[in-house]
Design a protein around this ligand. Sequence first.
Ligand code: NYM
Ligand code: MG
Length: 265
Amino acid sequence: MSNFALTTTLSFVPKTISTFPRKFGTWVALFSLKSSLDLKLRFKPSRLIHMENKESSSSRGALIVLEGLDRCGKTSQSGRLYKYLDEQGHSVESWRFPDRNTGVGQMISSYLANKSQLDDHAIHLLFSANRWEKRSLMEEKLKSGTTLIVDRYSYSGVAFSSAKGLDIEWCKAPEIGLLAPDLVVYLDISPEKAAERGGYGDERYEQLEFQKKVAGSYLSLRDSSWKVIDATLSIEDVEKKLREVVLDCMITCHKGKPLSQLWPC
Ligand code: NYM
Ligand code: MG
């Protein structure tokens, strides 16, 4: 059960106290589990965890990636998730790709704003380079115990470029060796519904027909490890579902799940 679910359960404890002592044991068990999760998730970085198979693996932060069409609500949900985890005392950072603050990021930004033209392959490689320039920092942060919430990652790279007609394997190739996310959450919305949400901006790609192709590309990229959340639910309901899957993933990473690289088999 996730920390979030436990917190929710515990908020009902006073109402169930009348069933004492039958539920008392359950209540004590839940309470001690919650306390231990609270402690566990506020761990000191780089502590070695000894696994049952005698291998040892470092406790670390989780790499959480949010993906979806433009206007699916990713950016708002990343912000809300960051705020929640931060307020709970976790070491967490909110990242996004493209990172428009770097030199490469500025070239990407100018391309997206239609201020410059680039060959489809060239811009694809720039998006990838923009992730590569952050790879070592990303690894450092994760190993030091910081959880990263990342708004778009390699899947956006492949989904948007292959939607233009580029070969999907060619699109994946420059991403090989980047860190694999511990969790990919796909905020699912139809292209038509997304287009109704306050309209698109002026950026390249923010057009219904193109977004339909992107949705198809995402579908072929998805695997069973992705968590798909219905992005048409209320903001609060999406947030609640997101917290649950994220907290579960953070526990797994805290227990010493090894870092891996794209693309996993
Ligand atoms: N995009 C984003 C790509 O085409 N390739 C990538 O690798 C990434 C990370 O940039 N329409 C596209 C998707 C978006 C656009 O992103 C800008 P955002 O999250 O809307 O600022
Ligand atoms: Mg956008």
